[in-house]
Design a protein around this ligand. Sequence first.
Ligand code: UD1
Length: 371
Amino acid sequence: MSKKLKILIIAGARPNFMKVAPIIQQIRKYSENAASHGVRLEHRLIHTGQHYDEKMSDIFFSDLGISAPDINLAVGSGSHAMQTANVMMKFEPVCEKEKPDWVVVVGDVNSTMACTLVCSKLDIKVAHVEAGLRSFDRGMPEEVNRIVTDSLADLLLTPSADADENLRREGVSDSKIKLVGNVMIDALVANVEKAKASQVLSRLGLVKKAFIYVTLHRPSNVDHQASLSMIMKELQRIAGELPVVFPMHPRTRKMCERFGIPLDECKGLRIVEPFGYHDSLCLTESARLVLTDSGGLQEESTYFKTPCLTLRPNTERPVTITMGSNKLTNLDQLSADIDEVLGRSTAISQIPPFWDGRASERIINSLIEAS
Ligand code: UD1
């Protein structure tokens, strides 16, 4: 008789979808050989609905080849408390009905923390994928989500050795920590050929290694009129030197409208709708420089060895700086940092350990071992 494990997998916001896809694919692969190892895995994908626009959610399901969620909690947007509370209220009855052996949460968004909180009170085991990352900046909502999630989760699946150290420093027992590697890189490796086939460069009239790819959506950059105005002015200046393509996150667009910042296209600055996964990977690989405040893009640019400037005072992904192509910047330094990157002929950087496309295999093995 084979043993059965029922797993609920949570995805809520854009950066979650490329993390759950390799895990789902690995569960399928494992299940095909259930007879040989005696463990049957059954999974359900729960979408909290934190992100809901076609370009923030659906497009990733088709690009990544994952089926529609089994359950959509459709919580939508709201303040932090509203969104967190809505996820909790809607997820609790799902747990009571489904009675999972494990709930797998990924990343650091509000949905990650909300579902973990629910499970901790229902005595359901939680595995956190991408555990242990710390920016040491509690002004970031994600840092609060990371600390709460990691302190409650039963299995902490980390992407890099610095994450293990952070958890040990916080007193987490070694037995709960498993270094599995970066699951986002699993998705990248599986999709790199499709990304290379993307027509996004010709569609936008861009030439390989002759444009800057910009994504900015962090509240610390875009929720304040002064910083957002300065950012948009600086982008216009840079666009005079090299084309800039800026797919605008709905939060950033909403803030530009609120502050009366015009989004008319000026020469070289292309403000467009958010891209799907393959187009975004293609732009990251092909850009001369990535300018971002996203966690995912810091990692994807490191993998492609594309120079990256991160417009933040800190990062929870230090390995992208110590080994990868990333550097922190600020609005005062930005212009000089861009000139420095554009003046460089080659960037010397490495791909960090365990960014090998096999993290999801190690995740599933760890889950089974811990059961
Ligand atoms: C969330 C995550 C952040 C992640 C980002 C990726 C938290 C605390 N933040 O930030 O870590 O980097 O996702 O995108 O969980 N909106 C839409 N359509 C959508 C989704 C959002 O228009 O499909 C608009 C709404 O006006 C909403 C705003 O964007 O109020 C912000 O969305 P929200 O989910 O609150 O946070 P993000 O900034 O997207």
